[in-house]
Design a binder for this molecule. Structure first.
Ligand code: ADP
Ligand code: MG
Length: 397
């Protein structure tokens, strides 16, 4: 049942068509008997049937495409998602960890009333239980072991930061939105980069500036996706306006929405789904940290990089590589598969239709029809299992 749902629409259509054609094959056989009064001719219609070729070749084509994807470290949960990728005319990207490396480096520490070391240690302690790329960079910048016994209750505030008990004190670390929520004024940094503000016991203690880098092949990959026919590329981020807009500009993305909470990302995806054409699909590419609801909302949710474990659960497709180029390969593979399925379809209908015609006309005896029918089914199936015609990895750009 589950696998039925995973079937691509095209695959399902072929299978349904195969079923609907069966009664027609019988009717055709009876009709040709009625018309020709010739048992042999009537039989030749029965010898040829569309269903085996359609039912065998289509799943084989999908399976071999999935196997090929596997070779590129891409895991696909069903043929339906390959079809969605092939038809995607809108691709929505998450920023941190998806278009950027998600490897933040602390570039400046601006304390107020405490030392730089104290500010960094406090932030690292507060973030010690978080898996967010920002947290990892703070812990790395601190460099020393953290005494997690000093950390009490921790709450992750997705898209904003964390709240934690450190040495019994209430500590907040996060973006401007979080400071606003707790009613603290924070100075704008005036520099492009992600800012982690730190406050303890209702007192503002300063901020830590961290910079993230765009992935080296991101720009090239996005241009390639557009060349493949993707009409709209969108950036969704929880990060600040200036950071989001700078990245979108650098990568040539069409639209950008910033300062979004995970729920806002889902709403955006829903709105964008409304805007896609009736035949077009929407793919969401994220790393699963703060974006898993959006991953499951899209027609195809693609998790890239090692990401969060939850992303692998929720995503329809998982790319186990950091390179965005894999996305281009995935789309190429999906389009080649769709093309093959459509070709198979035409061939099966055309060839078997001709066999029936020749059988009814009395040109081919039933045995010959049956033989050719079986051979053609085998041929289509074998062809479906062969490698798809896509470029080799080294042929990029
Ligand atoms: P993106 O949408 O770019 O992937 P996220 O939704 O993960 O980003 O986070 C959005 C913003 O929320 C970050 O840019 C940061 O300002 C803040 N934030 C989220 N988690 C944390 C954290 N653990 N510590 C500090 N700030 C955080
Ligand atoms: Mg992210």
């Amino acid at each position: 049942q589950r696998s039925e749902r995973m079937k691509s629409a095209t695959e399902a259509k072929a299978s349904n068509l195969a079923d609907t054609l069966v009664p027609f094959t019988f009717a055709g056989s009876l009709l040709s008997f009625a018309l020709t009064r010739n048992v042999t001719r009537a039989l030749s219609v029965l010898m040829v049937d569309f269903s085996c070729a359609l039912k065998l070749a289509m799943p084989l084509a999908v399976l071999s495409a999935m196997r090929e994807a596997g070779r590129e470290h891409i895991t696909v949960k069903g043929g339906k998602f390959l079809e969605a990728v092939a038809k995607a005319d809108t691709i929505v990207f998450d920023k941190t960890g998806t278009l950027t490396k998600g490897v933040f480096q602390v570039t400046a520490i601006h304390p107020e009333g405490v030392s730089q070391q104290e500010l960094l240690e406090l932030a690292a302690l507060a973030e010690s239980y978080s898996d967010h790329p920002i947290s990892r960079s703070l812990k790395e910048a601190w460099g020393k072991a953290l005494d997690t016994a000093r950390v009490g209750q921790v709450e992750e505030l997705s898209g904003r930061g964390v709240r934690a008990q450190v040495d019994g004190k209430e500590v907040w670390a996060g973006n401007g939105k979080l400071m606003e929520e707790i009613g603290l004024a924070c100075r704008p940094s005036g520099q492009v980069g992600t800012v982690v503000h730190v406050a303890a016991e209702g007192r503002y203690l300063g901020y830590i500036l961290i910079a993230d880098e765009v992935k080296p092949d991101a720009k090239e990959a996005i241009a390639a996706l557009k060349a493949q026919g993707v009409k709209k590329t969108v950036l969704l981020t929880g990060d600040a306006k200036d950071v989001g807009e700078a990245v979108a500009q650098e990568l040539g993305l069409d639209e950008v929405y910033t300062q979004l909470l995970p729920g806002d990302k889902v709403e955006r995806v829903e709105a964008l789904l409304q805007e896609t054409s009736s035949k077009g699909k929407l793919a969401f590419v994220g790393d699963g940290i703060n974006d898993s609801p959006a991953l499951s909302e899209a027609d195809a949710g693609i998790a890239i990089s090692d990401g969060a474990a939850i992303a692998r659960e929720i995503a329809d497709i998982t790319i186990a590589a950091d390179s965005l180029w894999e996305l281009v390969r995935l789309r190429e593979l999906s389009m080649a598969l769709l093309h093959r399925i459509q070709n198979n379809y035409r061939f099966v209908i055309g060839f078997n239709g001709a066999l029936i015609g020749l059988g009814v006309a009395g040109v081919l005896p039933p045995a010959t029809s049956a033989m050719r029918h079986t051979l053609s089914t085998l041929a289509v199936s074998l062809h479906s299992m062969s490698a798809l015609p896509i470029s080799k990895p080294d042929q990029r750009s």
